[in-house]
Design a protein around this ligand. Sequence first.
Ligand SMILES: Cc1ncc(COP(=O)(O)O)c(C=O)c1O
Length: 415
Amino acid sequence: MSLPDLGTFALVNDRLDRLSDYPFTRLAALLSGVTPRANAEPIMMSVGEPQHQPPAIIDETLRANAHLWGKYPPVGGTPEFREAVGAWLARRYALPDGLFDAEKSVLPVSGTREALFLLALLAVPPSKAGRQPAVLMPNPFYAPYEGAALLAGAEPVFLPSTRETGFLPDLDALTPELLERTALFYLCTPANPQGAAADAAYLERAIGLARRYGFILAVDECYAEIYLDKPPVGALQVASGLNHGGPDHKTGPWANILVFHSLSKRSSAAGLRSGFVAGDPELMSRFTRLRSYSNAGMPLPVLAASAALWRDEAHVEENRALYRAKFDAAEASLKGRYGYYRPDGGFFLWLEVGDGEEATRRLWAEGGIRVLPGAYLTRSNPGEANPGAPFIRIALVNDAETVAHACSTIARILG
Ligand SMILES: Cc1ncc(COP(=O)(O)O)c(C=O)c1O
């Protein structure tokens, strides 16, 4: 589905024409006219939208703060919100006392999607090293990274993140020529969709490159709380243990780094639209300035509910237990097939099925199971086949019983 041709009347930003249809628009087009068998109850596993009951804390806090709906929220949030986030970061990532100043280094965002997108406007200069700036991202990638890069006038560069590279971009494959013109690097850990988590050595190396070549390292840690065994390390955690400064880069423990966290997955609260950005205080003050022009701010009752959620761990532990049960359920029928593996984090299966689009059509037609073709999350680099084409992504967001049923049906249909 392409956009209507406006002919010679270039009334809009023609960079928009370079965006592909969003993955779910493409999925709807692929499956339009395909009707699941009459006896198949549809099971939606295409969207990463947690289906667990959101914690009661949300409702209670929204009610208790209902008198604040009439107020415009401050762009930087409230001291209470920043304090709750700072305390959570310090706990989760064992940050040394006093190193992280939440007053200067935390911004609330209405879902990390909008912040990840807007970030490119902060990061991309008109040119870098005399060339068009590059924005690096993994391949597969979260769609807004690409849209943000294109609309900011940068060249999106898709870094292979295959089984051979440990499902994360190979940092050793980045050439100095590319790094010199890099303005921004989106890194997702645990990765969507492959679930691979970067280790400390990897993050240290990525931070080193950002500082040496002067770009922003944006670490999308949205899935950091949905892990199966051990909590993945985070970029701030690694940065807190590094030498803070040096002759060839900015100083300060968080220099060049921004991390993105969300309550959508951690607290099964995608509809709350609540996340935060944290990191380099200099970048944060510029981001605040940009956001004061572009964003509405997070409503005060939502800030209060979000602060309460960041203070609570019990509901997150329950969440993780539910996801573990789903992976157990999936494993019972998929282990040993389609390259199944148990990821470090996140709640997706990334299965190699031959032809991802064909498998998606068959699963919908024959089983009423809606998944996403891998090719909709990847781009082909020049001269190469689309690396996502053989894959499908399956979101384990339904209850364990439904997951068990769906996965055995998938195995039966795909053979
Ligand atoms: C990798 C990744 N980053 C960011 C987001 C955005 O989440 P939200 O805007 O709900 O915080 C998602 C949501 O699916 C995601 O998968």
